[in-house]
Design a protein around this ligand. Structure first.
Ligand SMILES: Cc1ncc(COP(=O)(O)O)c(C=O)c1O
Length: 236
């Protein structure tokens, strides 16, 4: 890595700030992913480093029509402040859609976020105290580690094989506030966890750790980002 590489620049910024920054800001360095994405904006660069979807797959026409319809039919509601949890009809639609897929939830349990990254930040905010254990796969999604870092967790890395975390390894995460796993199209490996491994992990947490699962980002599967982040909260 050169002195001026994106990774070096990303970690240098807080040290050179003229402001008296909060202690947690030391853990909020510019996103390495963001730095990588900046490079992709340069003409002629085709980057395989960031997970960029093909622009050809963007539903431009559908977005144009939807935006025009909303501004035509409900302009005041669309531009007015709304409940922080998200507009009620959308929350109801998400709840109904999840129920169809065997995940029965009430609309009151649905929170609309600006992407899954905000969901990860909210999980960190409500589940992590300074020094709390959290368990992750190895490797795991870099953006999740960045979202959790300001809350000062102790990160426990679970041994993994090609099918994901080894269920028998969950014991090393005893007392962890949650386990962050990506069963579908894991980032960065791309692997999908087999049904057998999912079941074994669920059993391991029940039999060994007595932890309860909290699904925090099921909507990500819907968006085609194909991620399921699951939080395990210690019952003991
Ligand atoms: C595993 C994982 N979680 C979260 C995100 C961020 O998603 P969003 O753009 O919805 O914030 C990504 C983006 O690549 C991801 O791969």
């Amino acid at each position: 890595m050169t002195a001026n590489s994106p990774l070096t620049r990303a970690t240098a910024t807080t040290a050179t700030s003229p402001w008296a920054l909060a202690r947690r800001a030391e853990r909020m360095n510019p996103s390495v992913i963001g730095e990588i994405l900046k490079i992709t904006e340069r003409p002629g660069i085709i980057s395989l480093a960031g997970g960029l979807p093909s622009p050809d797959s963007f539903p431009v026409e559908a977005m144009r029509e939807a935006t025009a319809r909303v501004l035509r039919d409900a302009p005041r509601e669309a531009l007015q402040y709304a409940a922080s949890e998200g507009i009620a009809p959308l929350r109801e639609w998400v709840a109904a859609h999840l129920a169809e897929q065997g995940m029965p939830v009430d609309a009151s349990q649905v929170l609309i976020t600006t992407g899954s990254q905000q969901g990860l930040d909210l999980v960190g905010k409500v589940l992590i105290d300074a020094g709390s254990g959290i368990a992750v796969e190895a490797p795991t999604y870099l953006g999740a580690l960045q979202a959790f870092a300001p809350y000062e967790p102790e990160v426990v890395t679970l041994p993994c094989d090609d099918d994901g975390p080894l269920p028998e390894s969950l014991g090393i995460a005893k007392g962890a506030r949650f386990l962050y796993v990506l069963p579908n199209f894991q980032n960065p490996s791309g692997r999908c966890m087999s049904e057998a491994r999912r079941a074994a992990l669920a059993d391991a947490r029940r039999n060994t750790l007595r932890l309860s699962f909290v699904t925090v980002a099921a909507a990500e599967i819907e968006c085609g980002v194909a991620i399921l982040a699951q939080a395990l909260r210690a019952a003991t």
